[in-house]
Design a protein around this ligand. Structure first.
Ligand code: PLP
Length: 345
């Protein structure tokens, strides 16, 4: 059965054009710097993000970890959102592998970190204190609703970082969604950042891969750390070929996913038993709650939806996140809304 899969944009399978490009990709040993397709992807990514250089990495988690390991020494501290992926969902890699301590600051409902909270978290020079080295922002901020951070906020955090001799890293797993939603270029959005990680494997539909961008010096160190982590890949142009299509084509169509998320949210607002968040969606994620008066539990809702051909990520909470992506068309949106109606009635 061909399911309508709303669990995440990570479920996107490569497009037929990607599969063709992958089959025909020119390849070489990328650890030797010999893979022309990877080299092309890296140049393209650096150019689109307005940074000097880029590095192709297997995953967003490894990309964030590499960036943190380049910026920080053991015992340093990183200011992170308390709802951020790097803090909650990367298996504690920064601490386990880098000896880096996260300093969580509350994410505001709009995904931002309050400047006063950041300032208050920067350590003073004292032999007892860790050294604050880095601030991490996440754009779009996933748990806060897939909300895009504005260029103004990013600019202000960048200024604060520079004034305090700190680096700024952006976990931009979905930075092209953030840019599309605000009608600006990704380059403009990340201008104040020293480094950015973004994913090809989410809404951009590549099967594998993320990019880290920054200065030439930063990327040269990042390349070394990628090898250390076992992320040096060989004839990986076969995957980078899909990444080039992600950047050249998929970045231009994300508005369609956002429009479909809106359409789905509007449809679900008419379904009794569902409370779609007031401002949802900001990008490609619809967040909602199953009302307290609905007696069937979320797991059962997930099972019933699956029987009707729709996959949703239903855990034991009443909170649901539905994500649109390349493989969700208008008919899929309509089918998902009617499946919810049927299950909840
Ligand atoms: C905001 C954010 N950052 C980083 C990642 C990590 O990416 P990966 O799953 O490729 O390791 C994810 C994955 O979903 C994410 O949502």
């Amino acid at each position: 059965m061909d399911y309508i899969d709303l669990r995440s944009d990570t479920v996107t399978k490569p497009t037929p054009e990607m599969r063709e490009a992958m089959a025909e990709a020119e390849v070489g040993d990328d650890v030797f710097g010999d893979d022309p397709t990877v080299n092309h992807l890296e140049e393209l990514a650096a150019e689109m993000l307005g940074k000097e250089a880029a590095l192709f990495v297997p995953s967003g988690t490894m990309g964030n970890l590499i960036a943190l390991l380049v910026h920080c020494q053991r015992g340093d501290e990183v200011i992170v959102g308390n709802q951020s992926h790097v803090y909650l969902n990367e298996a504690g890699g920064m601490s386990a592998l880098g000896g880096i301590q996260p300093c969580p600051v509350q994410n505001q409902p709009d995904g931002t970190l309050a400047l006063d909270d950041i300032s208050a978290s920067i350590r003073t020079e004292d032999v007892h204190h860790p050294i604050t080295r880095l601030i991490c922002l996440e754009n779009t901020q996933n748990i806060c609703g897939g909300v895009p951070l504005t260029p103004e906020h990013t600019q202000r955090v960048g200024e604060l970082a520079r004034a305090n001799n700190l680096f700024l890293h952006i976990d931009g797993a979905r930075v092209f969604n953030a840019a599309a939603a605000q009608n600006i270029s990704a380059r403009e959005l990340v201008e104040p950042a020293d480094s950015v990680m973004f994913c090809l494997s989410k809404g951009l539909a590549s099967p594998i891969g993320s990019m880290v961008v920054g200065t030439r010096k930063f990327i040269s160190r990042a390349r070394h750390i990628r090898k250390m982590l076992g992320g040096g890949m060989r004839q990986v142009g076969i995957v980078a070929a899909a990444g080039i299509i992600s950047l050249e084509k998929m970045t231009k169509r994300l508005g369609e996913d956002h429009a479909r998320a809106k359409k789905m949210a509007n449809g679900l607002r008419q379904v009794k038993g569902l409370d779609v968040d007031a401002d949802s969606p900001y990008t490609n994620m619809v967040y909602l709650n199953v009302s307290e008066d609905v007696k069937i539990n979320s797991n059962r809702i997930g099972e019933r939806m699956k029987e009707l051909g729709v996959l949703v990520d239903a855990d034991n909470t009443r909170r649901l996140r539905l994500v649109t992506h390349y493989w969700i068309d208008d008919a899929a949106v309509e089918k998902a809304v009617s499946a919810f109606r049927e299950v909840l009635n």
